[in-house]
Design a protein around this ligand. Structure first.
Ligand SMILES: Cc1cc2nc3c(=O)[nH]c(=O)nc-3n(C[C@H](O)[C@H](O)[C@H](O)COP(=O)(O)OP(=O)(O)OC[C@H]3O[C@@H](n4cnc5c(N)ncnc54)[C@H](O)[C@@H]3O)c2cc1C
Length: 425
């Protein structure tokens, strides 16, 4: 007879492991949990490749609350996810985000700041003088004000978070297996089993789907009618034999025409001509991540996705364009202060929209359904779909509440509530 599970989770990266952990730490739950992932190395998962930044500076209360929950979880992670005497450390650095406004944007920034403060986020609103005193390197003559996260904002290591959630879930009894879910079986409105690509069939009382397009796996679910997918990105990971002095852990490097890139990415369907880049160099703060005298860094360059209805471009020839674009990114970084980079690269790996698509991510983007008004909050696909089987819970980036690590942490708990009933805060 086939083995049977109380809950089977499809997708075992940060979201799947968060669900497994939250489920098994719930005192009222004593079931058998299986986590399946088609690639248990998680090499290409968004969780492993994430820039893993967290901020509180949002303009809606619900986003701020989700993110405050996220930072509280990350601060307590050593206790929450300890396994025996092993206390995980995800390298959280609360260095703050700085949002600057000219006179035209000052009102909105002040309004957002009032909301952030009311919700309990530790954000400072500064005029030009205070700003110049705190950040002497910043040109402030055209700025009316800025907001800065004094605490609660910064970055951490996404890979360590995934491993910590996974280790804790396993310690609590979750079973992990390699396996690609290709569909679920159901009887009337209840799922009875999941089917795997290798032909296995695993009976389950409830199924949690964290994969990007759940409607391709679960019969009866409806795909969004006119989806707008987020822009995609090229992620370039480098190991270099150089200390890259003068560079920081996290840098957002804007091009001169940073407004123009929005049109290129979401209207014209072409790569940025003057790229704005996110560069993370985690070995700057954790020297164990790179050999002596070297650094590891990840460069994220937004690109159009593959869906023309979302402003993307399915005709970009990434196998040809990719290597050229890689050279362009390196040259741009050299010109912006990462001098010596190109000659020091020892190992590298690049993911393009085609790689994200090969992961099963719709429109070749790891950032899922865009957070447009019509795809946010109550309008985003629900975690408990109205159509389809009633014992399926959805927990991926394209469903409520959305994309990002704070969402992973809150969604883990939400998914459990869908299975066990309300969990005390
Ligand atoms: C380059 C980049 C930068 C980012 N930066 C940030 C940031 O700064 N801050 C932030 O908050 N968020 C950021 N994110 C987003 C964040 O990392 C993701 O929202 C989060 O990691 C999603 O976790 P997940 O487990 O849902 O998805 P994933 O990590 O993609 O995991 C999905 C898993 O499901 C598995 N899977 C898929 N289909 C199947 C199937 N049919 N059967 C079995 N297994 C399956 C896959 O193998 C994969 O392991 C970033 C993402 C990327 C890619």
């Amino acid at each position: 007879m086939a083995e049977a599970f109380d809950v089977v989770i499809a997708g075992g990266a940060a979201m799947g492991s968060s669900v497994a952990y939250h489920l098994l730490e719930e005192p009222g739950f004593s079931g058998r949990v299986l986590v399946l992932d088609r690639d248990p190395s998680y090499r290409r998962s968004a969780s492993a490749l994430s820039a893993a930044s967290i901020r509180q500076q949002f303009s809606t209360a619900v986003n701020i609350r989700i993110s405050l929950h996220g930072i509280a979880f990350l601060r307590e992670i050593g206790d929450r996810l300890a396994v025996g005497s092993e206390r995980p450390d995800v390298g959280l650095r609360e260095a703050g985000y700085l949002y600057c406004a000219t006179a035209a944007g000052a009102g909105i920034l002040a309004e957002n700041h009032a909301l952030q403060q009311a919700e309990g986020a530790d954000i400072l609103l500064m005029g030009p003088e205070a700003l110049a005193a705190r950040f002497p390197w910043l040109r402030t003559d055209d700025l009316a004000c800025a907001t800065w996260g004094r605490s609660g904002e910064g970055w951490f290591d996404g890979w360590s978070l995934l491993q910590a959630l996974r280790a804790k879930a396993r310690a609590l009894g979750a079973e992990y297996r390699a396996g690609e879910v290709i569909g679920v079986e159901h009887k009337s409105r209840r799922v009875t089993a999941v089917r795997l690509r290798d032909g296995d069939r695993l009976p389950a009382d409830a199924v949690v789907v964290t994969a990007d397009q759940p409607w391709t796996l679960v019969p009866g679910l409806r795909a969004p009618r006119r989806p707008i997918w987020s822009p995609s990105c090229v992620a370039l990971h480098l190991g270099v034999r150089d200390e890259l002095p003068g560079q920081a852990h996290h840098t957002i490097s804007f091009g001169e025409s940073w407004r123009g890139v929005f049109d290129e990415l979401t209207r014209d369907g072409r790569p940025m001509t003057d790229p704005s880049l996110l560069v993370s160099m985690p070995s700057y703060t954790d020297r164990s991540l790179a050999p002596e005298g070297g650094q590891v860094l990840s460069v994220v360059a937004p690109t159009p996705n593959l869906d023309p209805r979302s402003g993307g471009n399915p005709h970009l020839d990434w196998p040809t364009l990719g290597p050229r674009y890689r050279d362009e990114l390196i040259a741009t970084l050299e010109a912006r202060g990462w001098s010596g980079l190109s000659g020091a690269i020892e190992v590298e790996e690049m993911a393009t929209p085609l790689d994200w698509a090969a992961q099963g991510m719709a429109a070749g983007t790891p950032f899922a359904l865009a957070h447009t008004f019509g795809q946010t909050g109550p309008f985003r696909p629900s975690t408990l779909p109205r159509r389809g089987p009633e014992n399926v819970v959805l927990a991926g980036s394209s469903v409520q509440p959305g994309v990002g690590v704070p969402m992973v942490l809150i969604s883990g708990r939400l998914a459990v509530e869908r299975i066990t009933g309300p969990v005390p805060a």
